[in-house]
Ligand binder design. Sequence first.
Ligand SMILES: [Zn+2]
Ligand SMILES: [Zn+2]
Length: 268
Amino acid sequence: MLKDYHTHTFRCQHAVGDVSAYATVAVQRGLKVLGVTDHNPFPDNRWNKIRMQFEELDDYEQAIALARQTYPQLTILKGMECDYDKDLLPFYRDELLGKRDYNYLIAGVHFFPLHGKWIGAHSYIKTPEELVAYTDYLIEAMDSGVFTFIAHPDLFGSAYPSWDEHTIACSRRIIEAAVQLQIPLEINACGFRKKPKEFPQGTRPPYPLLPFWELAADYKGLTVVVNSDAHQPEDVGATAQAMALVEKYGLNLADLSYLEDTSLSSLA
Ligand SMILES: [Zn+2]
Ligand SMILES: [Zn+2]
């Protein structure tokens, strides 16, 4: 049964459609679970061109409540894709998971600090030093205990030009931390829908990074989740290429069905 734990809404300003439109497609495609996980707002409205504004939080939650009423046959989980920052952990834990009753949060490291500056993970991981800083920060996010899984851990492949000793070392650190902390890593199908990029070793999607997942196959204790990361309703459940990697490398799918129990108790 198809489940999709990572989708967006128009509120993040780089996606289209509201929760109900995503739910409509989910029902059409026979999904059992739709996780709505738009990019988190920051209480200080930081990086606010690519995420919802703090003032939109109530409206986002109402859109989820409305879709739950419209589609009782679909389990709609209330989530958020959160940019990690340790100063925001109390907001994520106490307010989102606590007071506002979110079912789960995903960590996405789209920015990480280096030498007092924030670096964008999509475009600016070009050197081993930046790669290590990204890896350190991603592992810190995993270790926070607030997140259910880690979105696109191999995002560094979007800019880092080659698969080399540095990517192997950092990938091993990420995968080993995931095993140790028992936190699933996401194979993110959205990267397959993006324009392929040219690198010295050939043209490929920015992510998922195939050698990363091939390496992951060495770790029997690792679990993975496969999601669409849909930024438009028609991409809900569109995970075939990413799912093929699970088959190809013999990876273990994580069982997140425990999240569904909580959603039933929080139906408004
Ligand atoms: Zn996004
Ligand atoms: Zn996303």
